[in-house]
Design a protein around this ligand. Structure first.
Ligand SMILES: Nc1ncnc2c1ncn2[C@@H]1O[C@H](COP(=O)(O)OP(=O)(O)OP(=O)(O)O)[C@@H](O)[C@H]1O
Ligand SMILES: [Mg+2]
Length: 271
C-alpha cells in the first residue's frame, strides 16, 4: 500500500501548496506514482495550476456522492502524476466542505483504496490546524511541515508539532513526523538566515534540503506550472525539489526500516 503524506502548517502562505505541487512533480519525475490531493476549500492546487473554480470535478463531488473517488482522478501529462482536485465548490459551502471531510472515517474510506494504486498520496491542506488538516493527519503515514524562513514562523511551529504529537498519540499511531522543510529562505537577509539557524539548532527533523525564496517560483505560480515545467534552462531551484524528493524518499525508507528502499553499495578500493 502506498504511503500518505500530509503537508500542514499553522501559518498561511508558508509554502504548502508550492511544496506539495513541486515535490509531487519531482517524485513523479523520479518514477514514483503520485496522487496529489487537494483538501483546501480554496483549491490551492487548482489555483497554482491556473485552473479555477469550475475546471475540474473532484473532492466536492465525491463528498456529495455525485462521483466515485476513482472517477475524480485527473491524469496529468506527466506519466506518474495524477490529481484529485478540490472540485467545483461554491465559496459559500467552504465550511460544509471542511466539516464533511472531517466526518469520522470518511477521508479514510476515500483515500485508503486509492493509496493501493499509487506509491504516494500527497495531501495539500489549508492553513491552520482546523478540520481538513486534522482529518489529513488522521489518515496519513507521514507529515511534512513547511516553515517560512521568517521570524513569525518560529512562533507557530511549536503549535503544529504539538498537534502532530497529539494526533499520533491519540488518533493515528501510524503517523510519523517526516520533518520541517525550510521554505522561502533568503540567505542574503540576516533575519531569514537567522530563522533557518534557529530551526536547525532548535528542532530535530529539519530536512537538509531547503527551498529558496526566488522570483522563479512566483513566475511558475503565475504561469500555473510546476517549476520544472517552465521552459528554458533547468533552474537550480527546480533541482532543489529533485534533491528534496530524494531526501523524502530516503527518509520514508529509513522510517519504515526499509533499507531496500535505499540504494546500497559495497565498500570499494580506489587504489
Ligand atoms: N520559495 C518561494 N519563493 C518565492 N515565492 C514563493 C515561494 N514559495 C511560495 N511562494 C509564493 O508565496 C505564495 C504562497 O505560497 P503557497 O500558496 O505555496 O503557500 P500556502 O502555504 O499553500 O498558502 P495557503 O496557506 O494560503 O494555502 C504564492 O504566491 C507562492 O507563489
Ligand atoms: Mg495552499
Amino acid at each position: 500500500m502506498g504511503n500518505i503524506i500530509s503537508i500542514v502548517s499553522q501559518k498561511g502562505g508558508a509554502g504548502k501548496t508550492t511544496l506539495a505541487l513541486n515535490l509531487a512533480t519531482a517524485l513523479a519525475e523520479q518514477r514514483k506514482s503520485v496522487l496529489l490531493v487537494d483538501l483546501d476549500p480554496q483549491g490551492g492546487i487548482g489555483l497554482s495550476l491556473a485552473r479555477g473554480e469550475t475546471a475540474f470535478e473532484g473532492m466536492t463531488e465525491v463528498l456529495s456522492g455525485k462521483l466515485a473517488a476513482s472517477d475524480a482522478i485527473v491524469r496529468t501529462k506527466l506519466e506518474f502524476l495524477s490529481l484529485l482536485p478540490r472540485g467545483r465548490l461554491d465559496p459559500v459551502d467552504a465550511a460544509l466542505f471542511e466539516e464533511s471531510i472531517h466526518q469520522a472515517g470518511w477521508l479514510e474510506s476515500v483515500l485508503w483504496p486509492l493509496a493501493k494504486q499509487f506509491d504516494l498520496l500527497i495531501l495539500d491542506t489549508p492553513s491552520g490546524l482546523g478540520l481538513p488538516a486534522r482529518a489529513a493527519l488522521a489518515v496519513s503515514d507521514f507529515v511534512l511541515v513547511p516553515a517560512q524562513a521568517e521570524p513569525l514562523a518560529l512562533r507557530s511551529i511549536n503549535q503544529v508539532l504539538r498537534v502532530i504529537e497529539h494526533v499520533a498519540a491519540n488518533e493515528n499511531p501510524r503517523l510519523k513526523f517526516l520533518g520541517i522543510v525550510i521554505s522561502q529562505l533568503d540567505l542574503r537577509k540576516n533575519a531569514s538566515r537567522g530563522v533557518a539557524e534557529e530551526l536547525w539548532g532548535g528542532f530535530s527533523g529539519v530536512l537538509e534540503s531547503t527551498i529558496p525564496r526566488t522570483d522563479i517560483i512566483q513566475t511558475a505560480s503565475q504561469r500555473g506550472l510546476p517549476l520544472s515545467f517552465l521552459g528554458g534552462a533547468q533552474s537550480p531551484e527546480a533541482r532543489r525539489f529533485d534533491m528534496l524528493a530524494i531526501e523524502v524518499s530516503s527518509l520514508i525508507a529509513k522510517l519504515q526500516g526499509d533499507t531496500d528502499g535505499q540504494s546500497q553499495q559495497a565498500e570499494r578500493q580506489l587504489l
